[in-house]
Design a protein around this ligand. Structure first.
Ligand code: GTP
Ligand code: MG
Length: 310
């Protein structure tokens, strides 16, 4: 790694750490307080369970983690809390590493990303942040305003488009989202653009007709660009905790989600939700959002994440 790269990496880690500071101070410090107890006994294990569960790691994942740590404890006879902490960190890392799979934009032309999620989860903001990243990597991007439902959704995407420097394909509010997608993909082909990101209206995962609408968008996309959408990115708001898992399951059942972005990690002290998402959904974790600004989206890196919170 050259020195410029090295300092860029360092800068990124500092931002990640700042973004995760609520989780770090709640989860990390609770854990440290617990680990100051020198004796590793049944009471210790129960307290550890509680710390993990209140961090939103989830009941099942917490039990799993404790089993793994206890297994190591007896095998290697770890008796001091430093060793327990080290082992716990390693086991969390192993779970997260499984889903550390960054989005690879292949040379499929154009590469089409459809972004979905419940109302207000952070879809449009995440799209803007991704567009900026992709442009930085030297690829062209076109945004498609397929949220034709919410008032001012189109304008919001246009404002982001201007800031990032990408065109936005739109139609009138109230129109058929598939029609905008049809237009958008033809425009991308005609203009030789590399990447298309489709913004969709927020919807409850429990509304079957709205899920059908997204399926139709997929069918239309696939007709214009075979294989599209190449990525169905589900945006989950970290502050919704375990409810996010339920949302994800239903979206996944209906559409086959290929990647997840977890937003608002900066707004929660329960960043352990990422462990539950990773272990229970088995869907690649692409990005985490750590703020409202354009640079506040970070490619998920399991090692950096555990280092930042513990
Ligand atoms: N703190 C913080 N706020 C975020 C993050 N991502 C998005 N937001 C904020 O969340 C709010 C909703 O974001 P949008 O991008 O409009 O969400 P959306 O999913 O497109 O919303 P709808 O289109 O209404 O469904 C905005 O105020 C964003 O600034 C994040 O990572 N951290
Ligand atoms: Mg939106």
């Amino acid at each position: 790694m050259n020195s410029k790269n090295h300092s860029a990496q360092k800068g990124l880690f500092h931002r990640l750490k700042a973004g995760l500071s609520k989780t770090q101070s709640y989860f990390g410090q609770n854990l440290e307080r617990l680990l100051r107890k020198k004796k590793i006994d049944q009471e210790f294990i129960q307290d550890l369970e509680e710390v993990l569960i209140t961090a939103d790691i989830g009941f099942k994942s917490a039990m799993d983690l404790i089993d793994r740590v206890q297994g190591e404890l007896t095998r290697r006879q770890l008796t001091d809390s430093t060793a327990v902490q080290g082992q716990l960190k390693e086991e969390i890392y192993k779970i997260l590493r499984e889903q550390e799979r960054p989005l690879e934009i292949s040379d499929t032309f154009p590469f089409v990303i459809m972004v979905i999620g419940v109302n207000g989860s952070g879809k449009t903001t995440t799209i803007a942040k991704m567009a900026r990243k992709i442009k930085h990597e030297g690829r062209s991007v076109l945004l498609v305003a397929a949220d034709t439902f919410r008032a001012a959704a189109i304008e919001q995407l246009e404002i982001w488009g201007r800031r990032v420097g990408t065109d936005v394909i739109k139609q009138r509010q109230g129109g058929d989202p598939s029609a905008v997608v049809y237009d958008g993909l033809h425009a991308a082909k005609a203009r030789n653009l590399d990447t298309v990101i489709i913004d969709t209206a927020g919807r409850l995962h429990t509304k079957a007709n709205l899920m059908e609408e997204l399926k139709k968008v997929c069918r239309v996309a696939n007709r214009v660009v075979p294989g599209a959408p190449h990525e169905i990115l589900l945006v989950l708001d970290a502050t919704t905790g375990q409810n996010g898992l339920a949302q994800a399951r239903l979206f996944h059942e209906a559409l086959g989600v290929t990647g997840i972005a977890v937003t608002k990690m900066d707004g929660t002290s329960r960043g352990g939700i990422l462990v539950a998402i990773s272990r229970e959904l088995m869907i690649p974790l692409r990005y985490i959002g750590i703020g409202e600004a354009m640079d506040d989206l970070i490619e998920f890196d399991a090692r950096a994440f555990v280092d930042a919170i513990l």
